[in-house]
Design a protein around this ligand. Structure first.
Ligand SMILES: [Zn+2]
Length: 433
């Protein structure tokens, strides 16, 4: 998943780097897409450590860097973006633990993308499909099975998992140089995908230029990104974290791609990450534009996303949700109820830090036994991440779903495995189920 055009390949690439002070982050003072300097503050969530700042349990509490987590909106083009670009070597160490194959929704989404894109693009046997930020190869596995040539580009260790599954994977950050090297060795691609990385890459113009360079004349670029409409409407402020540099709506993506001669010809809302958009683009004029594009743009207009009106009360709604969460938790803690958190995705760190859910509120956060996060503390806290088995053995009164956007899937799963307590869903309206 991690990809960074602006990467400094020589920087330390282990978790120790994330735990030490780094002077290499840059405030965002001009819009990442249009370059305008007029950036209005939408929301400031505090000084928060990077989500991979997870010291081992038992290590004495040490000095930690907190990075400002502020959401800005460009008043010129409407792009919503983060206020500080943290050095990618800090955010995406080689040991970056995220693996994409882990949820049912993600796996079925990637199967769906393959099934939809292959006929829409007109892929033929032997065509090259390239996935940028290919992670553990889950998406490309679908294309490989369908008979296409595949190549993943992935800077983290997740690429080892992909290779062990037979998915050809290049260990690199994606940028102009990588694009040229890949083109020289493999030729151009009929399809280039970027799923849940296109909002994470710094130096986005170099990245899009590299994609255009690598794309066959009749090739298609498909990106999947968390969708600003879902973020705002269902209060997913917890998807705001330093890895996530831009918060796209179709209008801003379209503008970005057009600057590089690409035209959006199809768009679809998809359920991943609590609501995302899948956007198809090709060289301008090379494909007929489907009605979905005008429909989505009109919808963004109607919802006040295009002109920013929908963001006006976002800050107040986020604050209210935090206070409502306290109101729900206070009587439970008065009775000394045990509350175990479920899951430690990146978004959990924003929620826990912004809402200040310390180890007095959450006794622990539980992860499956294969998780790289076991045996560590949640960033910015002394909340330990422990094996999920603890939930079934100890039956705490409450389990708080930190991946609340997949609450239904999680509740069904944990009930099946034998948990008998109650569930707390922290967002958008805190509730007990
Ligand atoms: Zn702008």
């Amino acid at each position: 998943m991690p990809t960074a055009a602006r990467a400094r390949q020589s920087l330390p690439s282990n978790e120790e780097a994330a735990l030490s002070n780094t002077p290499t982050s840059r405030p965002v003072t001009a819009c990442q897409i249009c370059g305008a300097p007029e950036l209005a503050s939408v929301l400031f969530l505090g000084y928060v450590p990077p989500v991979n700042t997870m010291p081992p349990i038992g290590r004495p509490a040490e000095e930690q860097s907190g990075y400002p987590l502020e959401l800005l909106r460009c008043t010129a083009c409407g792009l919503v973006q983060i206020g500080l670009e943290v050095d990618p070597a800090v955010l995406f160490p080689h040991s970056y633990p995220y693996l994409s194959g882990s949820t049912r929704i993600l796996r079925s989404n990637f199967a769906d993308l393959c099934a939809e894109a292959s006929p829409l693009v007109g892929l033929a046997q032997g065509d090259l499909v390239i996935d940028i930020g290919s992670n553990d190869g889950t998406l490309l596995g679908n294309f490989k099975e369908a008979g296409f040539r595949v190549l993943g580009i992935e800077p983290s260790q997740a690429g080892d998992v992909a290779r062990s599954r037979g998915i050809d994977t290049l260990t690199a950050y994606f940028g102009g140089e990588t694009a040229r090297a890949v083109k020289a060795q493999h030729g151009t691609a009929r399809l280039i995908t970027a799923a849940n990385v296109f909002a994470h890459i710094g130096g986005i113009h170099e990245v899009v230029a590299g994609i255009v360079d690598l794309l066959a004349p009749d090739g298609v670029f498909v990106s999947e990104s968390h969708y600003l409409v879902d973020l705002v409407e269902t209060l997913q402020y917890d998807t705001i974290y330093h890895e996530h540099l831009r918060y796209y709506h179709l209008g801003s993506l379209k503008r970005l791609l057009e600057q590089h001669g690409l035209e959006v010809f199809h768009v679809k809302r998809i359920p991943t990450h609590g609501g995302s958009i899948r956007v198809y683009a090709a060289r301008a004029g090379s494909r007929s534009v489907l009605p979905s594009v005008a429909e989505r743009l009109a919808d963004e207009e109607a919802r006040g996303i295009a002109n920013g009106a929908a963001l006006a009360d976002f800050r107040a709604r986020v604050l209210q949700s935090k206070l409502e969460l306290y109101r729900l938790l206070a009587p439970l803690k008065r009775e000394n109820a045990r509350i175990y958190g479920i899951g430690a995705p990146s978004r959990a760190s924003t929620l826990i830090n912004y809402a200040a859910l310390d180890d007095g509120i959450l006794d622990c956060v539980l992860e499956i036994s294969t998780s790289h996060k076991l045996g560590k503390y949640i960033p910015g806290t002394r909340i330990p991440v422990l094996d999920e088995e603890k939930l079934f053995a100890e039956q705490p009164e409450y389990a708080m779903l930190l991946s609340w956007h997949i609450a239904d899937e999680l509740v069904a799963n944990l009930r099946k495995k034998g948990y008998r307590g109650r569930f707390i869903v922290p967002l958008p309206e805190p509730r007990i189920v």
